[in-house]
Design a protein around this ligand. Structure first.
Ligand SMILES: [Zn+2]
Ligand SMILES: [Zn+2]
Length: 184
């Protein structure tokens, strides 16, 4: 049984459903399937109406609870950094010009400029991987996207513009693997 989530993590290949995670999963994580309305394209109101009408339930995934913006309204300047202390679950919203942040949970201080530098370098890796898609080098593109998603999600919490674009790119790469061409 898949749990409804606004970030689709499964794809169908021919008659088989193949599940490949496009984000790092831990053993107890739920594998999310999307029932149609994705947060990247539709607002929370549109998604809730559609799911209520068709499946008679109120969705309470993170995207709905936190009212994530659609991809069109999400920019790379929306950054929710994770607290750099490995054992700490805290995070904070980045504001321009921020230099330092003190975590109210673990009480450690983080150098925000260091986090921003890392964020910028990951985004550069992503920008460099995009042309691989256009050139049809899908295997290389897929491994670059996986690396980018894994690294970026250790640094920030979703929603994160380029992470979702990379997940979409990854789904395109993987869906292509499953296509079978029969010549007449
Ligand atoms: Zn939802
Ligand atoms: Zn902390």
């Amino acid at each position: 049984m898949f749990n409804e989530n606004k970030k689709q993590e499964t794809s169908e290949i021919g008659k088989a459903i193949v599940i490949k995670a496009c984000r790092p999963l831990s053993a107890e994580d739920t594998v999310a399937e999307n029932y149609g309305p994705v947060f990247t394209l539709r607002t929370v109101g549109q998604r809730q109406r559609s799911l209520q009408g068709r499946y008679l339930f109120t969705c309470s995934c993170k995207a709905c609870q936190q009212d994530w913006p659609t991809l069109e309204n999400l920019t790379t300047s929306f950054i929710k950094f994770r607290c750099p202390t490995k054992t700490c679950q805290s995070s904070f919203l980045y504001k321009e010009g921020m230099k330092e942040w003190k975590c109210n949970q673990c009480k450690n201080k983080a150098d925000v400029r260091d986090l921003c530098r890392l964020y910028a370098s990951y985004n550069k890796d992503f920008e460099e991987a995009v042309p691989l898609m256009e050139e049809g080098r899908l295997e290389e593109a897929a491994s670059a996207m996986v690396k980018f998603i894994e690294e970026m999600l250790l640094l920030v919490r979703p929603p994160s513009k380029n992470v979702h674009l990379a997940q979409e790119a990854l789904r395109t790469c993987w869906a292509n693997e499953g296509n079978v061409f029969v010549l007449p």
